[in-house]
Design a protein around this ligand. Structure first.
Ligand SMILES: [Fe+2]
Ligand SMILES: [Fe+2]
Length: 265
């Protein structure tokens, strides 16, 4: 089975001709399945984009949502919308574990930068806090940090549940938007600095993954994620590898969506 991985494609930055060219580029990979690890567009257009990818490539699309996919709406509203999708594009957290092949099971959660590492007094400000309804009431830094930590804990709870439902398989593929370890949070060829880490790492999901890897030593676990827009691979445990998708150092990211890779499952 050929799986084509996309992340942080931010298709809302493309004009119609460029969008069609990207759909064609994905279709040319001849995927059996498309995996999209978040930041696909924004709330008003994300469903159109995942449907567009599925139609262009004639393949199912499993996706998680990134922070940008909630812009101009709320977390609950967008999740309610994608949970109801019945076509070829499927929001992975609502699917439960999906058996892709005899060898490999796929599952995933969105994840959230959960303000549990790096410099919590960081002055880096995210557009999330203006453009996602959930943040509009939490304008004080301490309230915002509390909210982020709660969002991260919710993602960890969802991930633990999905892992508990996963049937035995030699290989487990986990898709999430936010890097679950600081070492996987990379940009421009190196780890993001302490001012970015709180908003770009989901410590809570990382804890769940490490615990699962420790108790399933014979399973090979691969995590694919994005969000930090840099390329990297981090071996978090002997049987747990995290691949962060993004762009090589110096390459334009917004408006320049890439196919991360097409790999055999
Ligand atoms: Fe992104
Ligand atoms: Fe993101």
């Amino acid at each position: 089975m050929r799986a084509t991985w996309l992340t942080d494609i931010h298709l809302n930055f493309l004009r119609p001709l460029a969008l069609q060219a990207f759909y064609d580029r994905v279709a040319a990979e001849r995927p059996d399945v498309i995996l999209a690890s978040g930041d696909i567009g924004e709330a008003p257009n994300v469903i159109g984009f995942v449907d567009g990818l599925a139609a262009a490539a004639q393949a199912p699309v499993y996706f998680v949502l990134g922070n940008h996919d909630y812009y101009r709406s709320s977390i609950k509203t967008v999740r309610d919308q994608v949970r109801g999708l019945r076509g070829a594009a499927k929001w992975l957290p609502a699917q439960g574990p999906v058996r892709l092949t005899d060898e490999t099971v796929l599952l995933g959660v969105d994840g959230w930068g959960d303000a549990r590492c790096g410099d919590l007094a960081s002055t880096v400000k995210l557009s999330d806090w203006k453009l996602i309804d959930d943040f509009k009431k939490s304008t004080e830094p301490t309230a915002r940090i509390e909210l982020l930590q709660r969002l991260g804990a919710n993602e960890a709870r969802a991930l633990r549940e999905l892992l508990g439902q996963a049937p035995p398989s030699p290989s487990l593929l986990v898709m999430t938007h936010v890097p679950p370890f600081p070492e996987a949070c990379v940009y421009g060829g190196s780890q993001s600095d302490a001012t970015w880490l709180p908003w770009f790492t989901c410590i809570a999901t990382g804890e769940i993954l490490l615990e699962y890897a420790r108790t399933h030593p014979d399973q090979r676990i691969t995590v694919i994620c994005g969000h930090s827009h840099g390329l990297g691979t981090f071996q978090a445990a002997p049987n747990l590898e995290v691949r962060t998708g993004g762009w090589p150092a110096g390459v334009e990211d917004y408006g320049n969506p890439l196919v991360q890779s097409t790999f055999a499952i």
